[in-house]
Design a protein around this ligand. Sequence first.
Ligand code: T4K
Length: 370
Amino acid sequence: MSNENNIYVTRPFLPPLGELMPSLERIWKSRDLTNGAMFHQEFERALALYLGVPYVSLFANATLALVTALQCLRISGEVITTPYSFVATAHSLLWNGIEPVFVDIDPKTLALDASRVEAAITPRTTAIMPVHVYGRPADVEGMQRVADNYGLKIIYDAAHTFGARYRGESLATFGDLSVLSFHATKVFNTFEGGAIVCHDAQTKQRIDFLKNFGFADEVTVVASGINGKMNEFQAALGLVQLQHIGDCIAKRAVIAARYDEAFSKIDGIGVLEMLPDYVPNYSYYPIFVDAGYPLVRDALYSRLREAGIFGRRYFYPLISDFPMYRGRPSAAKNTLSVAHRVANAVICLPIYPELSSTDQQRVVRIVRGD
Ligand code: T4K
């Protein structure tokens, strides 16, 4: 599927195989493969400690975690969310029979614009589902104010935020629940994987029931749960990956700084501004192609591809433009003008710990038009 001369938007970090072998031997010996066994428990504890959050519940992937988070808080009716995200955000609502209501994004954070949320609230609104886009914080204070005033829950899609911090805390601590992704393309990966972060033991217990078919014990089923469990292989890998995350983020920071330097000198290429009180994880490196650049965005995107550089237009098309969403009044283009402008300008460039400076220069040269 991949070609070694190509440069992809991301490449997963993997630890040396030898570091994983002792854990694999333990799994092979114990025959405990899944259903909340030893590595699962250990990884949940280690993650809570690393992230500095009260409780973590592991999942097979973030999409199942989002679906379960909504179930956990018994969210129904309408949920206000962003069109500028990966489809899984809104799909998790449809899977629960919930009506997504799209609201435009803030041009600075690229997350749901908290100042526009209030106007979209109806008697059927029960929650807000913002996304910390590219691992950068949404307006968590603004969002909480609206939620408190109207008695709404907040579930953050925090799929991009692993290791990112805001006001001295992990970005995954905000809201009622936050959902992380450990997919292969993420800053921190367990091949597939995800987690819900919550704030009290009772909620954690409900999530744990829900991800295991609703079983409370051998003979008691308390909810129509799903099978969302992470297996022992993934959990063991996660524990090893955790030893490397600091180094991975530090390498990404170096790459991001080189891009910042290069693009500050190219007319028509915009980059994101640093936000206050924020420690990034450098999970994505988006550039925004504007009218001052000699090519339109899609022409630059194609030129990169012809050179073997596979950037991605995250997030184009907007979720609100996909067939299962576009008929809704809140999906109308004129109500989502910031999101449309951003989605039509963005290209996420390659960034990952093992991206060599030679390959990065290849990317910069194409953008510079050399
Ligand atoms: N919420 C948000 C905001 C999200 O961004 C996502 C996922 C979710 C929720 C749901 O999380 P999960 O349920 O997946 O845990 C990718 C990922 O599949 C997806 O996880 C991610 N967001 C999204 C932003 O990106 P694609 O369709 O772009 O992936 P793909 O297969 O085209 O991969 C992109 C590039 O990554 C490839 O060109 C090469 C490289 N790659 C990929 C894989 C899978 C590798 O080098 N190795 C690999 O194994 O969606």
